[in-house]
Design a protein around this ligand. Structure first.
Ligand SMILES: O=C(O)C(=O)C[C@]1(C(=O)O)C=C[C@@H](O)C=C1
Length: 274
């Protein structure tokens, strides 16, 4: 089974994929960008894809939500990975000499208190491990990369500062994607919907929330993203604590559709703690 995730070797996405599929024989296929992973699943170049969707400190990974809008994929699983960030440096580097810190933006945002205190410049890379790999290749003594302990081992880097994330219960949840919608979901505990209003009206969001609450559907996540067509217009990602097999969730979707909302079911799944 081909499983796509954000590379290179040593990313948190890799850790999530390996732990999620600990009992399966997988062929890892790594991509340089989260959007490439979504596209690979949608174009059936791979069987599954694993992408980060939300971090406990930084919130939604918007590259993933936007990628879900534009790609035909189905969410079949969810995995929550504890995330511990380390500042890595080449052998011989000293923390007091670090002037620049490199990583993927969500990881930099997770240790903002640390980098502000250190008064360093930050530079964006497309993954934590990508930053660590470039640092290894360039061998700079004045740069640190924010990545995992596993990335330190992978690229032979030292840990200059340990556990630099702003909150010590840091974790990221990942979505497990496949191309084909599972037709007979039986035991899923959660579902993700993308709700797009077709016209503006007072109480637009209140109506959506009332439909769910009146049917006793508990919501676990809500995120609005711009439609990217007109300033001030949005679509809503909603996660319900109910599988798509449940009558009340199906009723909620049917009611929203009669109110003129476009509803796309993005997936229905269970959660695995890694
Ligand atoms: O760069 C990586 O190592 C990733 O797997 C991406 C990512 C993310 O974008 O949120 C995943 C988990 C952590 O929150 C930090 C980085």
């Amino acid at each position: 089974m081909k499983v796509a995730y954000l590379g290179p070797k040593g990313t948190f996405s890799e850790e999530a994929a390996i732990r999620y599929y600990s009992d399966a024989n997988i062929e890892p296929i790594m991509y340089k960008d989260i959007l490439d992973v979504l596209e690979a699943v949608s174009e059936e170049q791979v069987d599954k894809g694993i992408v980060p969707i939300e971090n406990a400190i930084e919130g939604t990974i918007t590259m993933t939500t936007d990628g879900l809008v534009n790609n035909d994929v189905w969410v079949e699983g969810e995995a929550v990975l504890p995330v511990k960030l380390q500042l890595l440096g080449v052998k011989g580097a000293l923390l007091e000499n670090v002037k620049e810190v490199w990583s993927i933006p969500p990881a930099l945002a997770q240790c903002r208190n640390f980098t502000r205190e250190l008064q360093v410049e930050t530079k964006h890379y497309s993954s934590t491990a990508g930053a660590a790999e470039t640092l290894r290749d360039e061998g700079r003594l004045d740069v640190g990369a924010v990545a995992s302990e596993w990335a330190a081992k992978t690229f032979g880097l030292d840990v200059l500062a340990r556990d630099i994330h702003d909150n010590n219960c840091n974790s990221t949840r990942f979505l497990v994607l496949t191309k084909k919608q599972i037709a007979d979901v039986q035991t899923a505990a959660k579902s993700m919907l993308l709700i797009t209003p077709t016209e503006d009206r007072p109480g637009l969001l209140a109506i959506i929330l009332n439909v769910f609450s009146s049917l006793g559907v508990n919501l676990t996540w809500i995120e609005s993203r711009p439609t990217k067509k007109k300033l001030g217009t949005y679509r809503f990602f909603i996660e319900a604590a109910m599988g798509i097999q449940e009558t009340n969730l199906q009723k909620a979707i049917a009611i929203l559709e009669t109110y003129g909302y476009h509803v796309r079911v993005l997936g229905s799944y269970n959660t695995k703690k890694l």
